[in-house]
Design a protein around this ligand. Structure first.
Ligand SMILES: Nc1nc2c(ncn2[C@@H]2O[C@H](COP(=O)(O)OP(=O)(O)OP(=O)(O)O)[C@@H](O)[C@H]2O)c(=O)[nH]1
Ligand SMILES: [Mg+2]
Length: 366
């Protein structure tokens, strides 16, 4: 029996099994197995970087945003609107067959927008080009899920399930569980306070199924679930990514409907055809990325505000040095910093100082 059949068998069994106290344990085990097979299924595509045929695009710019959605929802239309790249737009499904990268320049940063082929239900098991599309999504900083405002509500859940199936976790943090595989000593299970949905028995059984017999487990959050624990065992196959939901074609639905959609969390409403909501969308992408613009300046030079150094949230002076030049760290004495990350402007800071958006930084070398 192939892996896909095994997955299907477990999924069928899960669907058949009623959820209650008595079956909880069995369901947990099944879910653990399912995650293990899914990880195996994805293995080959991950090592061959997205499955040949030049599907995987080289990362470029300061961040990557992947457009994910069903066919004909307007992904290519959006790429053509917000970047200078033109991706073919047509009113039939599967117009885009490969990934098309475009660049969106915003606040001095270059954001790579990836237009991808439409995915369909079953994509995670290899339907259409689904697996490659999803593997590409996994490499992005933000998944921009494009939804059709004129279509049924379940499109969002179907896509979410497809992404979930391959280990993408949207808009959440990794579970607060410490897990370490050991060489000996058996299973040591501890919790800071008794977990509500998890116990030593189920944890031990799932681990045995993964052929793990010696491990330390420390649950630091009483609300973690069996699924969370399975995610922790499979941590190398999990990606925690932000997701922004964009409902397109709002020109074709009623105002009440637009209002209803716009009230959902992490959601923007747009119309590529009528040019509605696009600026707001770009602003939301920017906010979610949490990038910082740092203006670097040499002593005596006047400040140039048009070309900031763009770095990730929680970056330090050290990463600023690396962004300027590879060797600057070796000659580093201190940095002068003006802006909201310091009490006094300018303030002398060391390599470990965390910078904030729009700080001005001057590196003083030996
Ligand atoms: N009414 C309306 N139609 C739109 C809008 N945006 C795109 N469309 C239409 O939707 C159809 C599909 O657009 P595409 O941009 O090709 O969609 P896609 O998501 O890239 O489709 P695939 O590449 O097949 O996955 C085209 O006929 C567009 O003209 C919009 O804001 N409003
Ligand atoms: Mg397209």
């Amino acid at each position: 029996m192939g892996i896909t059949e095994k997955i299907q068998q477990i999924q069928e069994e899960l669907a058949r099994t009623q959820k209650n106290k008595a079956t909880e344990y069995h369901i947990g085990l099944l879910k653990g197995k399912l995650a293990r097979y899914r990880a195996q299924l994805l293995e080959p595509t991950q090592t061959s970087s997205g499955g040949g045929q030049g599907f995987e695009v080289q990362k470029s710019g300061d961040a990557r945003i992947a457009l994910i959605g069903f066919p004909s929802v307007g992904k290519s239309s959006l790429l053509s609107k917000i970047t200078k790249t033109k991706s073919e737009v047509a009113n039939y499904a599967f117009t885009t067959l490969t990934s098309v990268p475009g660049v969106l320049e915003h606040n001095g940063a270059e954001l790579q927008i990836l237009d991808l082929p439409g995915i369909i239900q079953g994509a995670s098991e290899g339907k259409g080009r689904g697996r490659q599309v999803i593997a590409t999504a996994k490499t992005s900083d933000i998944v921009l899920m494009i939804l059709d405002a004129t279509k049924a509500n379940d499109q969002r859940e179907i896509l979410e399930r497809e992404l979930e199936a391959v280990g993408i976790r949207l808009n959440c943090e990794p579970p607060n569980i410490y897990f370490k595989i050991k060489k000996q000593g058996g299973l040591k299970f501890n919790a800071t306070s008794p977990p509500k949905h998890l116990d030593e028995k189920i944890v031990g059984s799932i681990l045995r199924d993964y052929k793990i017999h010696n491990a330390d487990v420390l649950v630091r959050d009483e609300n973690v679930t069996v699924e969370d624990f399975i995610d922790v065992i499979n941590a190398s196959h999990r990606s925690y990514i932000k997701c922004l939901y964009a409902y397109n074609k709002i020109d074709a639905v009623s105002l009440e409907e637009v209002d209803r959609l716009a009230r959902q969390p992490h959601t923007v409403v747009i119309s590529c055809e009528m040019d509605l909501g696009l600026d707001d969308l770009v602003e939301r992408i920017w906010d979610d990325l949490g990038l910082l613009r740092i203006y670097t300046k040499r002593r005596g030079e006047t400040l140039k505000l048009d070309d900031p150094l763009v770095v990730r949230n929680n970056s330090t002076i050290e990463s600023i040095c690396d962004g300027i030049h590879r060797s600057i760290k070796d000659q580093f004495r201190y940095a002068l910093v003006w802006g909201s990350s310091v009490k006094y402007s300018p303030q002398k800071c060391g390599l470990q100082h965390e910078v904030a958006d729009e700080d001005v930084v001057s590196i003083v070398t030996k």
